[in-house]
Design a protein around this ligand. Structure first.
Ligand code: HSE
Length: 342
């Protein structure tokens, strides 16, 4: 496979590190030995090299200079659009910042990539929330593969888990803890940290969004429930269809009072099928300690699927992080690699 990386922030750096760390096993077990022909990032620089880039050199430059302008070879300075069209890559790895209002710059870049018959792997929630059906249809029309596992719980398999294991099964309802920052803050407040201190720690851990408002006010969880509803439950929800309440409505006193009754506040995202329609919401709820979601602490996420055949099935794991989200991209790339070999 020939890859072009669009965006070289935390997520694509995580992917590069994994490609290096797992090089041998990826080749031996999965016959996966991708060539990265280009990287384009408006801040740290852009390079195209037909013969492929050396990952070790890229990572070392990032570590020393946080810039790849001094890479020893190749053509410098291509923007994302030109890179997608001209880097001779068959697959585009898109990890630009999420914008839930416009989807940009990712949405236009994904449209360009698909129209130019490139496979896509992305972790960018904005375009999937705003235009999942359009992008899916564009991929189908151009006979390419479009994967976005990392938009839900980073590398914890959700989309691929359901796709490969829920054959013929209908999902009736989804309930989940889909924002690590909010869950981390609520968990830490239970042991006496103030809201401000807990948020600061979540930011230090690197799990909070650049604008933590998206975590606190429930927008990030709402984006994820829209993706789950539309991709896994056949919905056609828009972001504004989700009723959203964040954890900023929960006071320290509320948390202490709940704890005294062995109950826990959690930010719960729900999508439920009722009479053929999907109703979705995000809101803080008080859960009894009988509820399995009440046991999900810290920055861990979980999704419970209520199904027509198997009853309840829960998936739990990390929902953020460099390595974890980098793995989401890697797992999608391996999916495409497998599909090409069939
Ligand atoms: N800020 C998000 C979270 C990261 O805390 O879960 C992944 O979307």
């Amino acid at each position: 496979m020939k890859l072009a990386l669009i965006g070289l922030g935390t997520v694509n750096r995580g992917l590069l590190e994994l490609l290096l760390e797992k090089k041998d096993i990826l080749l031996k077990e999965y016959n996966f030995n991708p060539l990265i022909t280009a990287i384009s990032d408006p801040v740290v620089g852009s390079i195209f090299s037909e013969k492929g880039l050396n990952i070790e050199e890229i990572l070392s430059l990032l570590q020393k200079e946080n810039n790849i302008g001094n890479y020893s070879d190749g053509v410098k300075g291509w923007d994302s659009e030109k890179t997608i069209k001209e880097a001779n890559a068959d697959t585009i790895v898109e990890a630009t910042p999420t914008d839930l209002e416009t989807g940009e710059p990712g949405l236009s870049l994904l449209r360009t990539a698909l129209s130019n018959k490139k496979n896509i792997v992305t972790t960018n929630k904005g375009p999937i929330v705003l235009a999942y059906r359009e992008l899916r249809d564009l991929a189908e029309k151009n006979e390419v593969i479009f994967r976005f596992e990392g938009t839900v719980l980073s590398g914890t398999p959700v989309i691929s888990f359901v796709e490969s294991n829920f054959k013929g099964i209908e999902i009736k309802e989804v309930r989940g803890i889909m924002n690590g920052t909010a869950n981390y803050i609520l968990t830490k407040m239970e042991i006496g940290l103030s809201y401000e201190e807990a948020l600061k720690r979540a930011q230090e851990k690197g799990i909070a969004e650049e604008q933590p408002e998206a975590d606190i006010k429930g927008w990030d969880a709402a984006a994820k429930i829209v993706i789950v509803a539309n991709v896994l439950m056949g919905g056609n929800l828009k972001f504004k269809d989700v009723s959203i309440k964040g954890i900023d409505t929960v006071r320290e006193n509320d948390i202490i009072k709940a704890l005294q009754e062995r109950k826990h506040w959690k930010l719960i995202a729900t999508a439920k099928k009722t009479e053929g329609k999907i109703i979705a919401s995000v809101a803080p709820e008080i859960l009894s300690d009988q509820d399995p979601l009440s046991k999900i602490t810290g920055s861990i996420n979980a999704i419970n699927f209520t199904t027509d055949i198997l009853g309840n099935i829960m998936v739990s794991g990390p929902g953020a992080g460099k390595r974890e989200t980098g793995y989401a991209l890697l797992s999608d790339l391996l999916y495409i690699n497998e599909s090409r070999r069939m």
